[in-house]
Design a binder for this molecule. Sequence first.
Ligand code: ATP
Ligand code: MG
Length: 208
Amino acid sequence: MLKVEKLSKSFGSKKVLDQISFEVSKGDIAIITGPSGVGKTTLIRCLSSLETYDSGSIEITERSTDEHPVGLVFQNFNLYPHLSAMGNITFPLMKVKGMSKSEAETKAKEILDSLGLSGLEKSYPYQLSGGQQQRVAIARALAMDPEYLCFDEPTSALDSKLRDSVGQILVDIAKKDTGVIVITHDREFAEKYSTKLYELGSDLVRIN
Ligand SMILES: Nc1ncnc2c1ncn2[C@@H]1O[C@H](COP(=O)(O)OP(=O)(O)OP(=O)(O)O)[C@@H](O)[C@H]1O
Ligand SMILES: [Mg+2]
């Protein structure tokens, strides 16, 4: 379980997160909505260790030995522009996980195939559609075998058909016993795919 207790974070004198508490289990799809600027991105950056916090705790119970238990798929994907789809996935596997190139390529190929990206291994990000780039970013995060995976606004740039294909990817990831945490402004999507739905305002409130 990913357990967040009384998490607080300020930037200078501006308090962004004020004693936020919630829990996500593996298999959950926890979706967080809330107005712009309220601290949603900051919250998942804290969860994935990209941002420090001032007080409170983020605890992962029953974790395996994984050093990177919480992954993040960025809103703008953050793909390496000079690497192919395959390279975007194998690079962190080799650098962070210490895999050999062939091990990393085998793993990357499997995940790319599972996300419907077969044949696009050699394409560079600029040669891919937005939806394809997003799936490469998801593949890159999944390749690290996270126990929990956060998504920042995964549907913001997508039409309704692609939105549902992202929803199905979230369902598939959760089924494989990964905890999924999603930020979205899309209330319809949130209600359709969440197992737990929260609204972040001055407090984090569970609404479903
Ligand atoms: N690195 C930073 N330095 C200073 N202020 C920051 C930093 N990152 C975020 N903030 C501020 O913290 C607040 C929350 O930002 P955050 O990006 O978490 O909001 P958000 O809820 O994700 O908004 P949106 O829905 O527009 O993406 C904003 O006022 C923002 O300006
Ligand atoms: Mg944001």
